[in-house]
Design a protein around this ligand. Structure first.
Ligand SMILES: Cc1cc2nc3c(=O)[nH]c(=O)nc-3n(C[C@H](O)[C@H](O)[C@H](O)COP(=O)(O)OP(=O)(O)OC[C@H]3O[C@@H](n4cnc5c(N)ncnc54)[C@H](O)[C@@H]3O)c2cc1C
Ligand SMILES: NC(=O)c1ccc[n+]([C@@H]2O[C@H](COP(=O)([O-])OP(=O)(O)OC[C@H]3O[C@@H](n4cnc5c(N)ncnc54)[C@H](OP(=O)(O)O)[C@@H]3O)[C@@H](O)[C@H]2O)c1
Length: 582
């Protein structure tokens, strides 16, 4: 068993070295289409489009593109649609302590020298069990058994399908998965929809996305892994490539766990691998019955896991980081929701040095030091609810992890992935500015997805126009205002919603196509009521929706920038608005 894990680590290590070499490809060498000379981006004819990810965003994109007559291929590494909401008791492979480099934090791409290739894996081949091989391939999602939404059904819903009329505010993950799969089935995109055989390819991981040398098409390197029936656990692996004119990336935002770098932690994780883990491996509270548990982190996973385990644990503590700046509403909500009997402790500054017998004595006999100098111990399990990294290893050509943080002044750099905190170099529509045949979907709120997917279909079918590259860069607000980061009901999000409706409807008036409606007015009140009861009293008012109705479009950006500036001064939270707005 131990030999097998060593071999696994060794094998992964070798691939990591290869992957990190691949990651050095300079961005300048990525072939890109010549910039358009006119005021608008010009596209070569687009027929074949790949969509990566069959969660709420990818399914919406695939459906809209199919409805507009594109030849679509939808890939997901998981065996069925549902994305984040595909709950299973199977856990993903453990997190790395400390984080692996961003280029392959989510997984290590596996690209054989010669493709196409088929291989049948025997269990234990190369020292790796087939059970592990499958888990590493499809990476089960971080949902736990009694997780409920922290967003109301009105904005956690997909078009053309409905939740039951008496659905609760806080939907269970089972409810959501059924809703998402209902949408997939309705659009012919489910894994058992025979007619979608040419569209969907589940259990298929995208290993690499690369532009062809002539800069005209995208090549996807793909790997499909499936357990062979009646074969004593043998796995069939297939590698192949497919070429596309355009690609939508709807791959998971919460695939790669983040573990903070803390002195001594890596040694602890090696000594106590079953008792120290990331929240994405947490599945059910029963497993913590009678234990003394430490949760590290102060956001939503931390508070919701704390609430779930409260009735089971013997004792529990939570380690919170202190910041000078005012915490965001979501963080305040998380802290307010912590069970009353949890012990709040400061950030951990060091995990004590272990000796040769520490593993035998057990985790509970080891001690850690806090930032205030106190030394504590006695924990049976430690859960790192410390968030996720934005890592898409298939985008290795578009990485530059030497850029740290979101607010560097130089915005005209073209990597998409930098330090794992966000995506950058994207137009507000989600198109990659340097090559708008590549586009990225918003993660939240789901309701924006209907506009965005239509936007991809329209721009690529010539029914809507994007500004020239030069103009898109001129409008680019910087990495801080990433297209994928606007939060529920925030001013920035509402501005973006309105921009979508205005832009799509303008395009329909000019080039034909149906008009879209804004988010239904009757939902605004529901949203305000939900947010104020479920999140924080005074969190939002109807003004967040009407503000942009009363502000001319050319001033929206100035308004948002003014708020970002205020947030920088610490006066308010740029996503959520200023204190007086709540
Ligand atoms: C614990 C947890 C709770 C959450 N709760 C809420 C909530 O209450 N409300 C809310 O609105 N949001 C919530 N979210 C956010 C959640 O991400 C969104 O609800 C939603 O699932 C985003 O949809 P998506 O399609 O963008 O991504 P996902 O649902 O994450 O789907 C992405 C898909 O891409 C696939 N994929 C990734 N990489 C590859 C690859 N290389 N090749 C092929 N396929 C790939 C994945 O397998 C996955 O199926 C939560 C997230 C987490 C982690
Ligand atoms: N439906 C639900 O109920 C539910 C449940 C779980 C997750 N989610 C969703 O999933 C997403 C991810 O949430 P998440 O909570 O996993 O991640 P997250 O929001 O990114 O939070 C990570 C937390 O880890 C903390 N942290 C990082 N390093 C630390 C350290 N060294 N010591 C102490 N704390 C440290 C951060 O502290 P700082 O605050 O100081 O940065 C932050 O509070 C969110 O979008 C959330 O909405 C939803």
């Amino acid at each position: 068993m131990r030999l097998q894990s060593l071999l696994t680590i060794f094998c992964l290590g070798v691939v990591e070295v290869i992957a990190s070499r691949q990651a050095q490809t300079p961005l300048a060498s990525v072939p890109q289409p010549p910039p358009s000379s006119g005021p608008y981006t010009e596209f070569l004819p687009i027929r074949r489009v790949a969509v990566i990810g069959a969660g709420p965003s990818g399914l919406q994109s695939a459906a809209a593109l199919l409805e507009h007559g594109f030849e679509v291929r939808l890939f997901d590494r998981r065996p069925k649609p549902g994305g984040n909401w595909f709950y299973t008791s199977v856990t993903p492979p453990p997190a790395a302590f400390p984080d692996r480099p961003i280029e392959f934090s989510a997984y290590t791409p596996d690209i054989p020298d010669v493709v196409p290739k088929i291989h049948i894996y025997e269990d234990g081949e190369d020292g790796i069990s087939n059970e592990w091989r499958l888990r590493e391939h499809w990476n089960p999602s971080p949902v736990w058994n009694d997780l409920h939404t922290n967003s109301a059904p009105v904005f956690t819903s997909l078009p053309d399908v409905k939740y039951p009329p008496d659905a609760e505010w806080a939907l269970s993950h089972q409810h959501i998965l059924r809703h998402v799969r209902q949408f997939a089935s309705y659009k012919g995109l489910n894994s058992n929809d025979e007619e979608s055989g040419n569209v969907t390819s589940y259990s298929t991981r995208v290993e690499r996305l690369r532009k062809s040398p002539d800069g005209k098409t995208w090549r996807l390197h793909l790997r499909k892994l499936e357990q062979l029936p009646y074969s004593s656990g043998r796995i069939r692996a297939e590698w192949w490539t497919e070429d596309f004119d355009a690609v939508v990336v709807s791959a998971a935002r919460f695939d790669a766990p983040h573990i903070p770098r803390i002195e001594g932690l890596a040694a602890w994780a090696r000594a106590f691998p079953r008792q120290i883990y990331h929240s994405f491996q947490y599945r059910e509270p029963e497993a913590l019955r009678g234990k003394n548990v430490l949760i590290v982190g102060g956001s939503i996973s931390a508070s919701e896991i704390a609430r779930a385990v409260a009735p089971y644990v013997k004792a529990f503590s939570i380690s919170l980081r202190y910041h000078e700046t005012y915490p965001s509403s979501f963080k305040r909500r998380s802290i307010n929701r912590l069970p009353a009997n949890i012990t709040k402790i400061p950030e951990v500054s060091a995990f004590s040095k272990l000796d040769a017998h520490s593993a035998d004595r057990g985790l509970s006999s080891a001690s850690l030091t806090l930032l205030n100098g106190s030394v504590i111990g006695g924990f049976d399990e430690i859960i790192f609810a410390t968030g996720y990294l934005r890592s898409h290893p298939f985008l290795v050509d578009f990485h530059n992890s030497s850029i740290i943080g979101r607010d560097e002044p130089e915005v005209k750099v073209a990597p998409i992935i930098t330090d794992g905190t966000h995506l950058r170099s994207l137009h507000w529509t989600g198109h990659y500015i340097n090559d708008p045949t590549l586009a990225f979907t918003n993660v939240r709120p789901w309701t924006l997805g209907r506009y965005q997917s239509l936007g991809f279909a329209k721009t690529w079918s010539g029914k809507a126009r994007l500004p020239s590259q030069e103009q898109m860069w001129a409008e680019y607000p910087g990495a801080k205002s990433s297209v994928t980061s606007h939060a529920f009901g925030s001013l920035a999000e509402e501005a973006q919603n309105r921009q979508w409706v205005a832009w799509l409807n303008n395009a329909s008036l000019e080039f034909g196509g149906r008009l879209v409606s804004p988010w239904p007015i009757e939902y605004r009140e529901a949203f305000v009521y939900y947010a104020n009861t479920a999140w924080e009293a005074g969190y939002t008012t109807s003004r967040n929706f009407t503000e942009y109705e009363n502000t001319p479009r050319d001033q929206w950006r100035a308004e948002t920038i003014a708020r970002i500036a205020l947030a920088d001064e610490g006066a308010c939270d740029w996503e959520w608005g200023c204190e007086e707005d709540w």
